[in-house]
Write a protein that binds this ligand. Structure first.
Ligand SMILES: *Cc1c(COP(=O)(O)O)cnc(C)c1O
Length: 360
């Protein structure tokens, strides 16, 4: 059975992107690969608003999220936590044997710049992790305000997860002073999972060079060395790199500004639809994500039953809540390739499914 995903990752992948993947393999040390690799660096740098290299990791985002810690943390990392993914990052740091501290706020609340400043001012930390868009609860923190605080602490390397936000709104890596910016293929890029895309500042690379047990697979210096030759450290997922090239062409055809405006508009459409039916946003409203909406299940709907109807009758799927929020919230993605028409189709199907649920 085939159906379309409106969950916040993985999301629907276009036929064009799928077709782009179905090309013959090339050797990853061949001149054809180097040409492919070099052709996507400039548009990726434009997307990250950076002069630094943008690397390709054959892993999901967690690979680079964990790897980053191993590359730059010597003293102690501060993990800013306001949802499932950011909470997990603390756990991952400790599993790597690193000293790590928590700056915890409630799920759905944004990370507080003043609290970040107070914690960094203790002088214990040489790195900080931050999730721009906490997908688990649909909360988007104020990245410019948080980065302004991080810039006050030049000895602290900033590691920023933009996994579910990059390409949906401008995130100016160099302008904000982000040291390590990480995203993944299956969220707003609308590609299948398996590729992580990241960029590292010169000072983060220099820090990595002072750390001996960085491992191999996610070693920043390996990525840099290979990048200089137009390659990746190990055999990459070439079909996803074909897909990425195709996707970057799509972004250029639409225009980044149009793409950003589309995400804001469709997000608002979904939000207005839900508000009109009595649902509330789960996160603090000013900090609601623009790539998905996480709503509180104020009407106490049986979300499993709702998704069953949606899937079997309309071939569409939304998310019934992440982790401890399962059943209490639902999430609808508007990231990637969605249009006014596809969102209208979803909302119409949701109304029909809600009506059917009500009459049962
Ligand atoms: C999806 C997601 C991740 C994890 O990505 P994987 O591809 O599963 O490794 C991390 N952070 C955020 C914010 C995400 O949305």
């Amino acid at each position: 059975m085939s159906y379309k995903l409106f969950i916040p990752g993985p999301i629907a992948v276009s036929e064009k992107t799928l077709r782009a993947m179905a090309q013959p393999m090339i050797g990853h040390r061949s001149s054809d690969f180097v040409a492919l690799y070099r052709s996507i660096t400039p548009p990726l740098q434009a997307l990250f608003y950076t002069k630094d290299p943008v690397y390709l990791s054959t892993s999901s985002s967690w690979g680079v999220m964990e790897g980053s810690l191993r590359n730059v943390v010597k003293k102690k990392v501060l993990c800013c936590m306001n949802g499932a993914f950011s909470d997990k990052w603390l756990d991952v740091a400790r599993r790597c044997g690193l000293a790590a501290g928590a700056l915890q706020v409630e799920w759905g609340q944004p990370v507080d710049p003043a609290a970040l400043r107070a914690e960094l001012a203790t002088g214990q930390y040489d790195a900080a992790t931050l999730i721009h868009n906490e997908t688990s609860c649909g909360c988007m923190s104020d990245l410019p305000a948080l980065m302004a605080v991080l810039r006050e602490f030049p000895d602290v390397i900033s590691i920023v997860d933009t996994v579910s936000s990059c390409s949906a709104l401008p995130i100016k890596k160099d302008g904000l002073g982000i040291d390590v910016m990480i995203t993944g293929s299956q969220k707003a890029f609308a590609m299948p999972p398996g590729l992580s895309i990241f960029s590292v500042s010169p000072r983060a690379l220099a820090k990595a060079a002072t750390i001996t047990d960085r491992g191999y697979y996610f070693d920043f210096l390996e990525f840099q060395k290979n990048h200089e030759g137009g390659m990746t450290p190990s055999t990459p997922v070439i079909p996803l790199i074909y897909a990425l090239k195709s996707k970057l062409e799509d972004f250029a055809a639409e225009g980044l500004e149009n793409r950003y405006a589309r995400h804001v508009r469709l997000n608002r459409t979904v939000r207005d639809w839900a508000f009109a039916r009595g649902f509330r946003l789960f996160p603090q409203e000013d900090y609601g994500s623009i790539t998905l909406n996480c709503f509180t299940n104020t009407l106490n709907i049986d979300l499993v039953a709702l998704n069953n109807i949606l899937k079997t009758k309309h071939a569409l799927v939304i998310d019934g809540g992440y982790g401890k929020l399962k059943g209490q919230t639902f999430r609808i993605s508007n990231m990637g390739d969605e249009t006014d028409a596809t969102i209208a189709t979803l909302l119409h199907a949701l109304d029909a499914s809600l009506a059917e649920l009500g009459t049962k």
